[in-house]
Design a protein around this ligand. Structure first.
Ligand SMILES: C=CC1=C(C)c2cc3[nH]c(cc4nc(cc5[nH]c(cc1n2)c(C)c5CCC(=O)O)C(CCC(=O)O)=C4C)c(C)c3C=C
Ligand SMILES: [Fe+2]
Length: 439
C-alpha cells in the first residue's frame, strides 16, 4: 500500500473510532481519543441501542466506578461479559459489611488499574499474574447484585428485601438445572478482553474466599461492530444470526433510564434500594443445528424481522431501526401475531410500561454429551420493576414459536445495589445502615 493510501486508511479508521467514541460517550472515560470525539460534535448522532458497538478496544479504556448507579448497566457493553453467582457465608451484619467493603476495594482497584505490589516470594503472589505486573482498566465493569436467598436466609435482612425480589420460578418452556440457578449474590464482569474478565473473577474469588463460595458462572461475548463513516452502528448478532438489541431503549438517555431501569424514591421500595435496579439473568440454550435447518422465511417470521438487515417485516427495506406499524397489520399478515418482537412488545402505550434494558452476551460452551453444540444466549436485563419488566414480557413470550429452538436452563433474579458515591462509600452501605437502624 502506498504511503498516501496508508495515511488515508488510517485517517478513516481514526474517524470511525471518533464516531464510536462519541456515540458511546467515552469522552468521560479518560480515553485518548476523547478530545477528538468532542470536536466531532457536528457529525450525525449514532443510534443508541444497549451499546451493540462492542469494542474500540484499548486496554486504557476506563469506565468510572464511582457514581449514583453502578457501572455495567447503562454503560457501553464491551465484547466480553460474565455472570458469576456465589453463596454468602456471612451470618452477621458485621460479616456482610466486611464482605461488601472488600468487594468494593477490589472493584475500585481492578477498574482503575495499577501496578501490582511485589510480595515476599516465600508468600503467594498478590495476584494471579495472568495480565502481567500492571493491571489495565480495559473497560472493566463489575456490577454487584443480591439474590432473594441472601435476605430470606437472614432474619436481620428479611424486612429489608426489595419488594419484587423473589426466587425465579420455572416458566413453561424452562428446564432449569439447579446447579445453574439463583445465588445470594451475582457479580457481572464485563471488559474488552476475556483475560480481563477472568483476571477480575480470580482476584475476587481469591480475596473473598472467607466470605463467598462460587455457585455457577457463565461467560459470553458479543461481536465487535464499528459503524460506517458518518453512519449508524448495526446491532450485534446473536447465535441464531439475527441482530439483537435493535429495539432496546436508549441507554444514553438518562431520563429514559430513570423511568425504565433505576429504582427511584417513592416507588414502594425500601429507601436503601434507591439508585439500584432489578437484574434478571437467563441462560438460554439455542438449538443451533435445528435452527440452521429451518427455512429463512420461517426464521424471519419467528422473530418478526429480516435476518440480514434486521428490519421489521412490515418495512423490510426501511432498515434496522424502523418502527413496525402493527395497527396497520391487525391480522399479522406481515408480522405474525406470535412473532417474538410482536409478543414481546405490541407497541401499545400499555406495553411501554413493560420496557426492559437488555444487555445479553452470546455463549459457546463446547459440545453436549449427545454431540450438539452447546451455544446460546446469556440473557441479562435490567429494570426498575421486575414484575412489570422481565416477568410480564416472559409471560407474553410463553408458548412462542421460538421455543422450539431455545431452552432456558439457568439464571435467577437479583437486586443490583445502588452505586458507590466516592472513595469513602462502599457497595451496599445504605443497606448496612438500614440494618443497623432497624429495631
Ligand atoms: C423476557 C424477555 C426476553 C427474552 C427471554 C428474550 C430472549 C431472546 N431474544 C432473542 C432474540 C431477539 N429478541 C429481540 C427482541 C426483543 N426481545 C425481547 C425480550 C426477550 N427476549 C424484547 C423486549 C425485544 C424487543 C421487542 C421490541 O420492542 O420490538 C430481537 C429483535 C431485535 C431486537 O430488538 O433486539 C431478537 C433477534 C433470543 C435469541 C432469545 C433467546 C435465546
Ligand atoms: Fe428477545
Amino acid at each position: 500500500m502506498s504511503r498516501d493510501r496508508l495515511a488515508d486508511a488510517s485517517a478513516s479508521v481514526d474517524e470511525n473510532r471518533r464516531q464510536v467514541l462519541k456515540g458511546l460517550g467515552l469522552a468521560a472515560f479518560g480515553c485518548p481519543f476523547a478530545g477528538a470525539a468532542a470536536q466531532a460534535a457536528t457529525a450525525p448522532a449514532r443510534h443508541m441501542t444497549d451499546a451493540p458497538v462492542a469494542n474500540v478496544a484499548s486496554a486504557e479504556d476506563r469506565v468510572p466506578f464511582f457514581g449514583k448507579h453502578q457501572a455495567g448497566i447503562t454503560t457501553p457493553r464491551p465484547a466480553n461479559g460474565m455472570i458469576a453467582a456465589f453463596d454468602v457465608i456471612a451470618e452477621t451484619p458485621d460479616d456482610l459489611e466486611a464482605l461488601l467493603k472488600l468487594i468494593t476495594n477490589r472493584i475500585a482497584f481492578l477498574t482503575e488499574g495499577g501496578t501490582l505490589p511485589e510480595l515476599d516470594p516465600r508468600l503467594p503472589p498478590a495476584d494471579s499474574g495472568i495480565v502481567g505486573p500492571v493491571v489495565k482498566p480495559d473497560a472493566l465493569t463489575i456490577t454487584v447484585s443480591l439474590g432473594s436467598s441472601l435476605f430470606d436466609g437472614r432474619e436481620w435482612l428479611k424486612p429489608l428485601k426489595p419488594r419484587h425480589l423473589s426466587r425465579m420460578k420455572k416458566f413453561p418452556n424452562d428446564a432449569l438445572d439447579a446447579a445453574l440457578c439463583h445465588g445470594d449474590i451475582t457479580i457481572q464482569i464485563c471488559a474488552n478482553t476475556q483475560d480481563t474478565t477472568i483476571h477480575a473473577l480470580r482476584d475476587i474469588i481469591k480475596n473473598t474466599s472467607r466470605h463467598l463460595t462460587l455457585k455457577w458462572k457463565q461467560e459470553g461475548n458479543v461481536p465487535v461492530i464499528l459503524p460506517p463513516l458518518g453512519g449508524v452502528a448495526e446491532s450485534a448478532r446473536n447465535y441464531l444470526g439475527f441482530r439483537d438489541g435493535t429495539a432496546n431503549p436508549d441507554s444514553g438517555d438518562e431520563a429514559v433510564m430513570e423511568r425504565v431501569v433505576w429504582v427511584g424514591a417513592g416507588r414502594g421500595e425500601p429507601e436503601w434500594a434507591v439508585g439500584g435496579a432489578y437484574q434478571a439473568v437467563r441462560i438460554i440454550r439455542n438449538f443451533v443445528e435445528r435452527w440452521d435447518r429451518t427455512p429463512l422465511k420461517e426464521q424471519e417470521r419467528i422473530f418478526g424481522r429480516t435476518k440480514m438487515g434486521g428490519a421489521p417485516l412490515d418495512k423490510p427495506e426501511a432498515g434496522e431501526f424502523a418502527t413496525p406499524d402493527y395497527a396497520a397489520d391487525p391480522e399479522g399478515k406481515l408480522t405474525p401475531l406470535d412473532s417474538h418482537i410482536r409478543l414481546a412488545n405490541d407497541r401499545t402505550p400499555a406495553a411501554a410500561e413493560n420496557t426492559i434494558l437488555r444487555r445479553p452476551f452470546n455463549y459457546s460452551n463446547g459440545v453436549t454429551k449427545s454431540g450438539q453444540l452447546d451455544q446460546g444466549l446469556l440473557f441479562i436485563c435490567y429494570q426498575g420493576d421486575l414484575e412489570k419488566g422481565f416477568i410480564t414480557v416472559q409471560r407474553r413470550l410463553d408458548g412462542e414459536p421460538l421455543e422450539e429452538y431455545i431452552k432456558p436452563i439457568g439464571g435467577g433474579y437479583f437486586y443490583t445495589l445502588p452505586g458507590v458515591r466516592d472513595a469513602s462509600d462502599y457497595l451496599g452501605s445504605t443497606l448496612i445502615a438500614a440494618v443497623r437502624k432497624a429495631p
